[in-house]
Structure formats: C-alpha cells, structure tokens
Design a protein around this ligand. Structure first.
Ligand SMILES: Nc1nc2c(c(=O)[nH]1)N[C@@H](CN(C=O)c1ccc(C(=O)N[C@@H](CCC(=O)O)C(=O)O)cc1)CN2
Ligand SMILES: NCC(=O)N[C@@H]1O[C@H](COP(=O)([O-])[O-])[C@@H](O)[C@H]1O
Length: 298
C-alpha cells in the first residue's frame, strides 16, 4: 500500500535500483554504501540479479542492511533447463526478473553478458515480458553436482518488503539502464578492457586509459557516455596497480552515474506530471467554455 507521502508527493518516493552483477560486486557495494546518503539521496538498491551463482556480490546483497533480495540466472543453467531456448530467451527472462523487481533504474555493475534487443525492448516497454518459465525442480544430479547455492526463485521477491521502499503504483517506461565500463569511450569495447589497455600502454600505443558510465544500447559499450574519467598509467605499474587505480575510480563514478539518471528521471516525471496537470486544466477550461456556449444557445 503506498504511503501518504507517496500518494500526495509521488516524486518523494524512494527510488528503486536494480543491479546486475557477475562477480565480486565491489561496485554493487559502492551503490549499497551510497544508498540514502547525500551521494545517492532518496534511492536504494532493492534487487540484485547475478549471471553467476558463485558471485560474491550475492553475499554483499544478503549482508546489506536491510538485506537486498537476489536471484541467479546463469545462461548455461537456463539453457539446460529450457531445452530449445536461446540467448534471446535468456535475455528475456533476465528482463522479466528485472521488471518483477519494479525498478526505477537498472545498473550493470560488472554484468559480463552481452544483452540482446530482447532485453532492451522489454526495458523500453516496447515488448511485454515473457511468462515465467515453468522451471522444473533441479534434478538430483544438478543438486549433487551444483556449485550453484540454491537461491529462492525470483517469485520470492517481496517488493512490498517492509524494509525496502514501496514500488510505484505503475511501472514507468522506458526503464533507464546504465553500464560501468573500465575504458574510455570507443577505446576498448568488450571484456578484458583493463588488460588490453595495459598492453597498449606497454606498446606505447596509449598514454592513459579511463573509466566510464554509459547508457546501455544494443551496440556493446557504445551507448551515450554519461560520466567519463581519465586514469593514468605509470611506467612502473604492474597490471594489479592499474586495476586498483581503475576500481577506485569505478566506485565513485558508478554512484555518480546512478544519481545522474535518477535526477534526469525525476525531472522527466515532474515535467510529465506538470504536463498532465496542464492538460487537465486545459480540459476543464474547454469544458467550461462549451458549457458557456451551450447556455447562450439554449
Ligand atoms: N547490449 C549490451 N549489452 C551489454 C553492454 C552493452 O553496452 N550493451 N555492456 C556489457 C558490459 N561489458 C562491458 O562493459 C561487457 C561484458 C561482457 C562482454 C562479453 O564478451 N561477454 C561474453 C561472455 C563473457 C563471459 O561470460 O566471461 C558474452 O556475452 O558472450 C562484453 C562486454 C554488458 N552487456
Ligand atoms: N565490460 C564490463 C567490465 O569489464 N566490467 C568490470 O567488471 C568489474 C566488476 O567488478 P565488481 O564485481 O567488483 O564490481 C569491474 O572492474 C568492471 O570494470
């Protein structure tokens, strides 16, 4: 049930962030730590989805206060459990779970899977999500050999969980989706960007590298850059030194990027509300005008 504040001033609702991960989740941790602070005001991480069952980021979510609901959707497991399905079906299932979490924005924080249009179209609201796959229970072999600790199915999500902010009455579309990429725009698209930048520096092909937050579009790492930071590479650097320097910048700009699109969303929705208000006023004036004319004629 929406609170009074959410009813009277919906723009004061605490914004919900869904985070997609595949690994250690240090960038997820940066978002968790910034939630409801002046770095990320009026916003909270409310759902984490991992493409890998052994991602430590899942523990970070479970250890957060309040604990953040999580689920795992691994490509291989999905394809095995849904014979005849493809990456497109997998991407649609990922999008279905994201929609189920009722987010205001989605952040890819080390999500190591290229997403097809079937994900993007569902987040844009142009395609409805698929029905939940009828997942058969895991077989004994799967349970015996699984490295995947059992996570409650996504249906265990409780968007109304008291400790987490209430979802909006109506899901707004498009749902903005941003990605953290450890390279400068157009420099090292794709995986292993840090390693490739380090090699390029050693060959004297680049003088520095960087990190960016960008909008997610079909073309990998080619979405509009939203936050960009240069990162120095020193001649004495080992790869670990560069990785550490890059990660510390990542942890800052992932929060900046989330805040930026939440502020943008708020302005868009406020403008939307004002337009709606103006439309209502115009409609009322038009009705009054017609009533006046009718009175004069009758
Ligand atoms: N449609 C988009 N999908 C994704 C984007 C994007 O901008 N548009 N960003 C990436 C994140 N990413 C780099 O920032 C990235 C991650 C992974 C890969 C990749 O080659 N993945 C392989 C699998 C690799 C593995 O499992 O280890 C794959 O998907 O086949 C490229 C870029 C996230 N998705
Ligand atoms: N192309 C995407 C990519 O390479 N992302 C990289 O994954 C790591 C996630 O770390 P984390 O799990 O500790 O947040 C980060 O270093 C990020 O740059």
């Amino acid at each position: 049930m929406p609170t009074l504040t959410e009813t009277i001033t919906p723009e004061k609702r605490i914004r919900r962030i869904t985070v997609l991960i595949s690994g250690s989740g240090s960038n997820l941790q940066a978002l968790l730590d910034a939630s409801l602070t002046d770095k990320l005001p009026n916003a909270q991480v409310t759902y984490v989805l991992s493409s890998r069952s052994n991602a430590y980021g899942l523990e970070r979510a479970a250890n957060a206060s309040p604990p953040v609901p999580t689920s795992v959707c691994a490509l291989k497991t999905f394809l095995n459990r849904n014979p005849g399905s493809s990456r497109v079906n997998y991407d649609a299932e990922v999008a279905r779970r994201v929609l189920e979490s009722r987010p205001d924005i989605v952040v890819l924080a080390g999500w190591m899977h290229i997403l097809s249009d079937s994900f993007l179209d569902i987040l844009n609201g142009t395609t409805p999500p698929p029905a939940a796959p009828a997942l058969p229970p895991p077989t004994k072999t799967e349970i015996a050999g699984a490295t995947e600790p059992h996570h409650p199915p996504s249906s265990s999500l409780h968007p109304q969980d008291a400790a987490l902010p209430t979802p909006p009455l109506k899901q707004a579309f498009p749902i903005p989706c941003i990605n953290l990429h450890p390279a400068l725009p157009g420099a090292f698209d794709g995986a292993n960007a840090i390693g490739r930048a380090f090699e390029a520096f050693q060959k004297d092909e680049i003088k520095h590298t960087g990190v960016m937050i960008h909008r997610v579009i079909k073309e990998v790492d080619r979405g509009e850059p939203l936050v960009v930071r240069n990162v120095d590479i020193k001649t004495e650097d080992k790869i670990e030194d560069l990785e550490q320097r890059i990660h510390s910048v990542e942890h800052e700009i992932i929060v900046e990027g989330a805040r930026l699109i939440l502020d943008e969303l708020e302005k868009l929705q406020l403008v939307g509300a004002e337009t709606k208000e103006e439309t209502k006023e115009e409609a009322t004036e038009a009705k009054e005008d017609i009533a006046d004319k009718l009175e004069r004629v009758l």
